[in-house]
Design a binder for this molecule. Structure first.
Ligand code: ADP
Ligand code: MG
Length: 452
């Protein structure tokens, strides 16, 4: 087991384009780190530089504190699992798992011990004498993981290992990988373009865009306190709503409502007639269903709902809005970059399934304005991040004492304990250098909450 440290790692391919651009990242011993971002953002390139399959153009790569830039892949003692499992069709499951050990000349007896142990962990014991063609996709993926485990590597590296599987199996395998990683406690770097995988698997998630690290943080922090428009739009499903916003006399004006901004925040941002407001669908509510003691914290406003979708446990309402050309242009670019299908000029509102709000009707919604993020459309910067952090801290109960080993109630992250940005990425407009804070404690047993 080993920590992995990257200092200003850059990869420039032959055409001069930096596929990975000045990435600094600390991955703690035993940590589960996700690299996520849209296709082509440099995730695989970065992973291949860790393993040694790709030369590093500049910067340092350290594994277990030792610089490995010039080390051959076989000398780095890492295990990589690919999207296509790369199993040998003519070999049995047993021999596929044993393969790296045979190469190293490990004794038959030791091989037997390790293969059987891995097979038990992965529930493959009954399949050891079968060939890969006789297995399901999920079982094949487990064999590939078995081969990674027996090597007792310092770290596991996964490159989109689940993208060939159907949605149901993907969900199952996700849970299995998480369980396996927790059990083995081995440093893991996992590449995916799927934000759901990123959110559910990682201790921390590193979001990349065009070779540049955008933010490194726990899933919860990424979700609640995104540093910029890109991270805000990438994380979350259905995605965050982006609405045109303006500030005038300390008032934020949105298409359907306006609300006062705390004086010091307004002073910081100044007057602006061209901002983008980001609001998560679930931060709206049907105003008739809002708790009396909570109602005062928010504002109510009227909209005309275009379409509602009732899904039993959830309900969504779609509300079209008008936006100035310049905002629409920014949002269209962002949408294209995010590979997003969501139409950005209609708002998605998540409603209680009991809500009686219906298509075509005038309806009253409720919103807590402290949950609204304001972004600068030109730089993408989240201008109200510190305000959100403070508001969330104020709303959260006092942090509990350190959690005992037994399942603890999922305490909200005590975000106020750290100044804004501490322990996460510090991103500047010119080439972000994001170095994560120290490793966080592992997730609660249910994997639901990770401390910030
Ligand atoms: N061998 C290569 N030669 C030149 N360019 C490459 C090579 N491999 C990847 N790239 C480019 O580097 C960028 C990042 O690619 P990659 O790391 O595969 O992205 P991801 O895994 O995030 O989809 C892309 O623009 C891709 O076209
Ligand atoms: Mg890739």
């Amino acid at each position: 087991m080993a920590p992995i440290t990257m200092n200003h790692v850059t990869k420039v391919y032959g055409d001069g384009y930096p596929a990975v651009n000045d990435v600094s990242l600390d991955i703690a011993d035993g940590e589960f780190m996700i690299l996520v971002g849209p296709s082509g953002c440099g995730k695989s390139t970065l992973l291949r530089m860790i393993v040694g399959l790709e030369d590093i153009s500049s910067g340092d790569m350290l594994i277990g504190g030792e610089r490995v830039n010039e080390k051959a892949p076989r000398d780095r003692n890492l295990s990589m699992v690919f999207q296509n499992y790369a199993l040998y069709p003519h070999l049995t499951v047993y021999e596929n798992i044993a393969f790296p050990l045979r190469l190293k000349g490990v004794s038959d007896e030791e091989i037997k011990r390790r293969v059987e142990e891995a097979a038990t962990t992965l529930e493959l014991t009954e399949h050891l004498q079968r060939k890969p063609s006789q297995l399901s996709g999920g079982q094949r993926q487990r064999v590939a993981m078995g081969r990674a485990i027996v090597r007792q590597a310092s770290a596991f590296l996964f490159d989109e290992p689940l993208s060939n599987l159907d949605a149901k199996l993907r969900g199952q395998m996700r849970t299995e990988i998480l369980r396996l990683q927790r059990r083995l406690d081995t440093t893991t770097v996992y590449v995916t373009h799927d934000q759901t995988e990123a959110m559910t698997l990682g201790d921390r998630v590193a979001v990349m865009r065009k070779g540049v690290l955008q933010q490194v943080a726990s899933p919860r922090e990424l979700y609640e306190q995104p540093l910029n428009l890109f991270v805000a739009g990438f994380i979350g499903s259905p995605p965050m709503n982006f609405l045109p916003a303006a500030i005038e006399n300390n008032q934020v004006k949105l298409p359907f409502l306006s609300y006062p901004l705390p004086r010091e925040v307004a002073a910081q941002i100044g007057s602006s007639d061209l901002l983008i407001a980001g609001i998560r669908p679930e931060h709206f509510a049907d105003s008739s269903l809002v708790d009396e003691n909570k109602r005062d914290r928010g504002i109510t406003f009227e909209v005309k709902v275009d379409v509602t979708e009732w899904l039993g446990s959830q309900q969504y309402a779609y509300v079209p809005f008008e936006a100035p050309d310049e905002i629409t242009r920014h949002l269209a670019e962002l949408q294209q970059e995010l590979d997003s299908e969501h139409m950005r000029t209609q708002m998605i509102v998540s409603l209680d399934p009991a809500s009686r709000i219906r298509d075509g009707a005038k309806s009253e919604l409720w919103l807590d304005p402290s949950r609204v993020h304001l972004f600068d459309p030109r730089t993408g910067k989240n201008l109200t991040r510190e305000m959100t952090i403070a508001a969330q801290a104020a709303a959260a109960p006092a942090p509990a004492a350190p959690a005992p080993a037994a399942p603890a109630p999922a305490a909200p992250a005590p975000a106020a304990a750290a100044p804004a940005g501490a322990g996460s990425a510090s991103t500047s407009a010119a080439g972000a250098s994001a170095t994560g804070g120290p490793a966080e404690p592992p997730a609660a047993p249910d994997g639901s909450v990770r401390a910030t």
